[in-house]
Write a protein that binds this ligand. Structure first.
Ligand code: NDP
Ligand code: GDR
Length: 328
């Protein structure tokens, strides 16, 4: 039985990746930050797998906890998904973001290098590193121009992963993942904010949806598809870096139109734009070319954008239409 250690296991990708690995017979260990506030691990409960995961205490900022986690888990594979992942918040918390998102990855690499050098390592890199991209479609050779403290921290973590591969021969891979969404996406991100807002308006719980830049374009895939690529990368004989994307792009405005249409409403009747929600520096448009992942990994996205939107709206309608159940 293979053993995997996942940081950020309580997040969207951590939950789906855990489900995937458990389905493949892995023993799954998850690094979690304990605090007095009861975390709940709602996403793992939602997928019905919370009691099949073994939690290990730790924080990416505290190398001693990572060393202990690696010693306890004795992993064959390590997936570093933990990060301060909110781009907008990274301007308000640049140093904390540099810590968790940047140095956190380095801490994890150090823990693996010293305590489990044979383990395979996955780093959650991001299309945000392309930032103000000079080409309309981005692949592994496209230069980075990060536009937020988050993206700069991710670029540091990305290069550290490559450096550890080249310096120490570690099987360390980076997935440059474009945006991926799901019903388990945090409400802080625009897609889930939209589908939650649409459901609230449909159910009469709210009248309007307040958003920022409607013209930004993203390559939105489904998280379930994208976590599969993470696992596929670690099954390769040699470590490498891969862009994971659908190759299609749509604006926030277009996402809204699809979501409102799901419930028979017109988006423009309900959306309000608040300039306070704009970012100090925006990433205007992203679209990925995942040819390398298709060719080498055999990876393909399986969910269309309309199907993704439909699933998210349906789940939010269901969530809001019934009384909340506290996970047990
Ligand atoms: P989430 O924000 O849903 O999850 C991130 C997790 O990281 C949370 O569970 C959080 O724990 C944990 N975390 C944050 N800080 C620390 C810390 N100091 N120590 C330990 N754990 C910490 O992100 P996603 O699941 O969406 O994304 C997974 C990874 O992939 C992230 O690194 C993200 O930046 C990256 N990424 C995501 C993309 C996407 O579209 N979703 C695209 C490209 C990259 P807690 O629950 O305690 O807050
Ligand atoms: P992003 O995702 O920054 O691409 O990072 P987000 O959903 O936050 O923003 C996407 C685009 O939507 C615009 N936008 C708004 N965004 C939010 N959050 N809230 C709003 O009200 C709103 N209105 C418009 C934004 O300006 C932006 O252009 C995500 C994260 O998961 C990162 O961790 C990951 O690395 C990248 O995707 C790839």
């Amino acid at each position: 039985m293979k053993r995997a250690l996942i940081t950020g296991i309580a997040g969207q990708d951590g939950a789906y990746l855990s489900q995937l690995l458990l389905g493949k017979g892995y023993e799954v260990f998850g690094l979690v930050r304990r605090s007095a506030a009861d975390a709940g691990y709602e996403r793992l409960h939602w997928l019905g797998i919370a009691d099949r995961v073994q939690f290990v205490d730790g924080d990416l900022l505290d190398l001693s906890t990572l060393i202990r986690a690696v010693e306890d888990a004795r992993p064959d594979e390590v997936y570093n998904l933990g990060a301060q992942s909110l781009v907008k918040i990274s301007w308000n918390q640049p140093i904390a973001t540099a810590g968790a998102t940047g140095v956190g990855a380095l801490n994890m690499l150090e823990a693996v290098r010293t305590r489990a050098p044979g383990a395979r390592f996955y780093q959650a890199s991001s299309s945000e590193m392309f930032g103000r991209a000079q080409v309309p479609v981005q692949n592994e050779l496209t230069p980075f121009h990060p536009r937020s403290p988050y993206a700069v921290a991710k670029a540091f973590a990305h290069w550290m992963t490559i450096n550890y591969r080249e310096s120490f021969g570690m099987h360390a891979s980076s997935g440059i993942l474009f945006n991926h969404e799901s019903p388990l996406r945090s409400i802080e991100f625009v897609t889930r904010k939209i589908t939650d807002g649409v459901a609230r308006i449909k159910l009469g719980l709210s009248r309007k949806l307040v958003l920022g830049n409607l013209d930004a374009k993203r390559d939105w895939g489904h998280a379930r598809d994208h976590v599969r690529a993470m696992w596929q990368m670690l099954q390769q004989p040699a470590a490498d870096d891969y862009v994971i994307a659908t190759g299609r792009t749509a604006s926030v405005r277009e996402f809204c139109a699809l979501a409102f249409a799901e419930v028979g409403l017109e988006a423009s009747d309900h959306i309000e734009v608040d300039p306070a929600l704009f970012r100090p520096a925006e990433v205007e448009a992203l679209r990925g070319d995942a040819t390398k992942a298709r060719t080498v990994l055999g990876w393909e996205p399986t969910v269309t954008l309309p199907a993704l939107v439909a699933e998210m709206v349906a789940t939010d309608l269901e969530r809001l239409g019934r009384p909340p159940v506290r996970p047990g």
